[in-house]
Each structure stands twice: as structure tokens, then as C-alpha cells.
Design a binder for this molecule. Structure first.
Ligand code: MLT
Length: 415
């Protein structure tokens, strides 16, 4: 007899984005006339073409694979040296941050890394997540057996939820209790908030005092416009001893379909084993990588390297400016409708309060049925997201202007 992983049975409904897809399909199946008008501002998926520098690098890499003199089979599991160096040099060392090439682990996505990292942590950790939260952090802990059951509101026992709301600027207060692992995501998905240097410093100090590890998701760092906002947790003194950072090429280079990301595990970062002996995490993650992963494809890694070329940097800056322009159009449109907005100034997400007493899913239905626009219900990110919805700025300018126009045509006072 084979037994399943019964922790999966604790998971609530489907993963958020497939669930949205299911509801949208049910609507368009019964309203075929709406299908052609539908504009998707739900999942944060890029829409604009890959930068020319990236495409050219991919073509060159494909040609290399087409010749026996330059063909490559398995690469290093952790990533080719050319890419690890380009990342460490451009994202860290050129900004005065000490990160060695071998501390970079190239992967196929930050979502995967955020889930996989749990392999190297024990079961006894007290885990803190923000609420609202990117659902992957919670669901992967449920799958790993780190939680109990969820209650009616969707909160899992065993997790420490850190409320994020307008009053705290969507940056959680430092907990009074001890936690061992804490997920922080800045610029934040879903709220679009950023954390200041002082706020991140407080978290690093907390982690160092409590021997905790911060799992810092910086997938949206390219969208930071305010020069005072840190792009990396390693800008904070001491963070190399207490933080792992996740970064992605999805949202800057437009790699959501290409798939490439990386994780930084500093060599100084240590944890205790069950007997209280201290070990570095870097060799464990390296071991995990080389056992369960065979590396990202050569063509993709050359594509990622091209993001750091002079042309690549300029083209990525244009992409970011395009999406941030969209964010401004959407934020202003929501504001003109009398809706309270957050985010959208250093992140490609606008976090909007639902009007009246509408719940997040009621708002989702109204936007779908009346405007034929797909948004993401805030409650899908956790109970503290109830009463909010998220609009993604990843779209063409024409679509975003059309969304703005349709939003203004909805009668927001109707409930
Ligand atoms: C989102 O819409 O929250 C993101 O696209 C999810 C992701 O990047 O995996």
C-alpha cells in the first residue's frame, strides 16, 4: 500500500492563480461575447517582448549548441561561472556589497527556490509570514508539514502571521515572540509596499538577536524608483549572517516564460542541528542543488547574462519604465474612481481597497462581469487581504488605458 503526503490535504482550495483562471473560464464560457474584450490584470505576468540583447544572446547560444566544437551538455548545477560572476558583479559588488560568485545559485524560478529552500531547514522552526502574503510561502510550508490545519479564515495553526495593513505601511512590526524563519518580500507582492532601510535594519537586528533566518524575496527590486529604498537585504549590515535572498529575471528581463532566477546563500550564514551544533547553510544548499537539480539550460543562462550587458541594462530599464508608466495610469484611474490605493510607485502592483462593503471576491466578480477585467482578490493572499484587490501593471499601454477607462465607467457606489 502506498500512502500520500497527508499534509497536502490541509491545503485550502486550489493555488490562487489557477483558481482565478477557473473562474474566468466559467464566466467566458457562459458569456462568449465578453471573452474577446477580456483584459487580464490578475497574475503578474509580463506582456512585452524580450529585450533585443537577450534574444540576440539566445540566438548565439543556440548556434553554439548546433556545432560540435561549441556544443555543451550538462552544465554546473549551480549555474555557469559566466552568469554567477555577472550577477555577483552587477547586482552586488558594483553596489559595494560583498557577494562571492559561488554564493549565487542559478535556478529556474524564485517560486521554486522559495519552496525548495525548505529542504535544508528542520521541522521544529517557528515560521513567520506576512499577511497578506505571496501564497507560495504558506502553501510550501503546509506541504512540508510545518503547519497544522487552517481555520475558517484560512490561517494555518503553527504559523506566525505578521499583519500588514495601511497603518503599518504594509511592513510588519517586529514580533514580540521568537520566530526562527521569517519571509519578507520587498518591494512587496501583493501590496506594492516597500521597506525602508530603518525597517529592514530592525528585522536584521531581530534575526541576529534571535538566531533567526530571513528569507528575503527581492523579485521586484528592479521596480524601486526611490533611491533611499534598499534593493537587497545585504545592504543592511549583518544580513550576510542571517539572510538568504531570492531574485528573479522574470519581472525585470521579462523571463516569466524563459525561466531564470537565483538565490544568494552567504557562506557566513549558519544554523543549529538537533544537537545544537552549528553548521553553514551554503554547503547544504549546494548539496541539495547538485542532487535534485541539473541546472538551467545554457541558452537561458546566456540570455540572463545579456540582461547585464550595456544594451541589456538599457532595454530592461525601458521595460521597467513601461510597466511603471502603466502602474501610474492604473493608480490614477482608481484614485479618480474614489478608491483608496496603495503601492504602484516602487512596484508593479496597485493594492486597492474595495468600495463599500464589497468583499475581495465580490469585487473580482464585479470587475469581471461589468468591466471584463481580471484582477486578483486580496483575500487570495491571506485573511488580511480581505476587502482589497490587486491590479497588476503588467500589460500593454493600450490595455491599461482601456482598463482605466472601463473602471471609470463603473458605478462604484452600487453595492
Ligand atoms: C503574482 O501574480 O503574484 C506573481 O506572478 C506570482 C509569481 O511570480 O509567481
Amino acid at each position: 500500500m502506498a500512502y500520500l503526503n497527508s499534509h497536502y490535504l490541509k491545503l485550502k482550495a486550489g493555488y490562487l492563480f489557477p483558481e482565478i483562471g477557473r473562474r474566468v473560464k466559467a464566466f467566458t464560457d457562459t458569456h462568449p461575447e465578453a471573452a474577446a474584450r477580456l483584459i487580464r490584470c490578475g497574475i503578474g505576468d509580463v506582456t512585452e517582448p524580450l529585450p533585443a540583447a537577450v534574444r540576440e544572446a539566445m540566438h548565439r547560444a543556440v548556434d553554439e549548441l548546433g556545432s560540435s566544437a561549441t556544443f555543451r551538455g550538462y552544465g554546473p548545477e549551480q549555474g555557469y561561472e559566466f552568469l554567477r560572476r555577472a550577477i555577483a558583479e552587477n547586482d552586488y559588488r558594483s553596489r559595494g556589497l560583498e557577494v562571492a560568485d559561488e554564493e549565487i545559485f542559478v535556478s529556474d524560478g524564485s517560486k521554486c527556490d522559495c519552496g525548495n529552500i525548505l529542504d535544508i531547514f528542520g521541522d521544529a522552526n517557528r515560521i513567520a509570514v506576512m499577511d497578506p502574503v505571496y501564497p507560495v510561502y504558506v502553501d510550501t510550508n503546509v506541504m512540508a508539514g510545518h503547519t497544522g490545519e487552517a481555520d475558517e479564515s484560512g490561517l494555518y495553526s503553527g504559523l506566525v502571521y505578521l499583519p500588514c495593513n495601511a497603518a503599518n505601511g504594509f511592513v510588519p512590526e517586529i514580533p514580540k515572540e521568537r520566530v526562527d524563519l521569517v519571509y519578507l518580500c520587498y518591494p512587496n507582492n501583493p501590496t506594492g509596499a516597500t521597506a525602508t532601510r530603518a525597517q529592514l535594519t530592525a528585522w536584521v537586528e531581530y534575526a541576529l538577536e534571535n538566531d533567526a533566518v530571513i528569507l528575503f524575496d527581492a523579485a521586484y527590486e528592479a521596480y524601486i524608483q526611490d533611491p533611499s529604498i534598499p534593493h537587497s537585504i545585504y545592504e543592511i549590515p549583518g544580513a550576510r549572517r542571517c539572510a538568504i535572498e531570492f531574485r528573479s529575471f522574470s519581472k525585470n528581463g521579462g523571463f516569466t516564460g524563459v525561466r531564470c532566477a537565483f538565490t544568494v546563500v552567504p557562506k557566513e550564514l549558519t544554523c543549529l542541528d538537533n544537537s545544537g551544533n552549528r553548521h553553514a547553510l551554503h554547503p547544504l544548499w549546494n548539496r541539495r542543488f547538485s542532487t535534485k537539480f541539473n541546472g538551467v539550460g545554457y541558452v537561458t543562462q546566456r540570455a540572463a547574462e545579456a540582461v547585464y550587458s550595456a544594451d541589456g541594462k538599457a532595454q530592461v530599464a525601458e521595460l521597467v519604465a513601461h510597466y511603471m508608466g502603466n502602474a501610474q495610469v492604473l493608480r490614477e484611474a482608481a484614485g479618480e474612481c474614489g478608491l483608496q490605493t496603495h503601492g504602484g510607485t516602487n512596484a508593479p502592483y496597485i493594492w486597492v481597497r474595495c468600495p463599500g462593503h464589497l468583499s475581495s471576491w465580490q469585487m473580482f466578480d464585479r470587475m469581471l462581469e461589468e468591466a471584463h477585467v481580471v484582477i486578483t482578490p486580496g483575500s487570495g493572499f491571506g485573511p488580511a487581504g480581505e476587502g482589497f484587490f490587486r491590479i497588476s501593471a503588467f500589460n500593454s499601454r493600450a490595455n491599461v488605458q482601456e482598463v482605466a477607462h472601463r473602471m471609470k465607467n463603473i458605478c462604484w457606489t452600487k453595492e
